[in-house]
Design a protein around this ligand. Structure first.
Ligand code: C5P
Length: 236
């Protein structure tokens, strides 16, 4: 387990409706420069073999399926995900301590396990949304509370907005990993993201890994776009 081993820090989100453009993009990328994220859409369409193919090509894969179920079911799903040889998996912190501890305990039985991170409050949720769902307090207060619970429950880190990273970083141990989507390089289109930060600002706020999709995947030259982001990070 190389939890302190951070480079490469960019995780490219593969969100394509078919496998061909994903493989075309992956052929242009380099596992020493980035990791890959497979989410619910591609996993549901193309399944475990798609993930295994990416692993075989030498990439670290973050399997972003955000498990949330009874502890036994989540633990079994985490073990199944680990069998695919992925680097990182995730679940919802709001599934509670027993669910998180059960998943962690199951993974710790393996000779080599993926990192296990917890989603706190989805960045798509605003104050009114979380209030309607029965949470009291601000989104960031809930993110910090769930981050602490995730750390106490043995998680390796959390997923949060880069705008919440500094508050979380101040509340958790230094080695606890922060994975942040909602990152946009200086010149990139916002797409449907609203609460964003540049890669350098996200890292300076305490993020360890940056999930970046369309600024790379939809660029005319994805490798160049990735290299520009890496240059921006190094120059900071
Ligand atoms: O293309 P873009 O950079 O917006 O992609 C961001 C990726 O991170 C997508 O796969 C999206 O589902 C994911 N994500 C996010 N916000 C979250 C959690 C995940 O944008 N709160």
């Amino acid at each position: 387990m190389t939890i302190m081993e951070k480079a490469p820090r960019i995780i490219v989100a593969l969100d394509f409706p078919s496998a061909e453009p994903a493989f075309e993009l992956v052929a242009a990328l380099d596992p020493t420069l980035c990791r890959l994220k497979v989410g619910k859409e591609m996993f549901t369409r193309f399944g475990p073999s798609f993930v295994e193919t990416l692993v075989t090509k030498g990439f670290d894969v973050f399997l972003d399926l955000k498990f949330h179920d009874i502890p036994n079911t989540v633990a079994a799903a985490c073990a199944a995900a680990a069998d695919l040889g992925v680097w990182m998996i995730n679940l919802h912190a709001s599934g509670g301590r027993r669910m998180m501890e059960g998943a962690r305990d199951r993974l710790e039985r393996l000779p080599q396990r993926p990192l296990l991170v917890a989603v706190t409050i989805l960045t798509s949720l605003e104050q009114e949304d979380i209030a309607e769902a029965g949470f009291t307090g601000t989104p960031v207060a809930n993110v910090v509370r769930l981050a602490r619970l995730a750390e106490r429950s043995g998680m390796d880190g959390i997923v949060c907005s880069p705008l919440e990273a500094a508050d979380v970083r101040a509340a958790v141990s230094p080695g606890f990993l922060l994975v942040t989507p909602g990152v946009r390089p200086g010149q990139a289109a916002l797409n449907d993201q609203r609460r964003i930060m540049t890669p350098s600002d996200a890292l300076n706020s305490g993020a360890d890994y940056l999930v970046i999709g369309r600024p790379i995947t939809a660029a005319p030259d994805p490798l160049q776009s990735l290299q520009d982001i890496l240059t921006e990070i190094r120059a900071d």
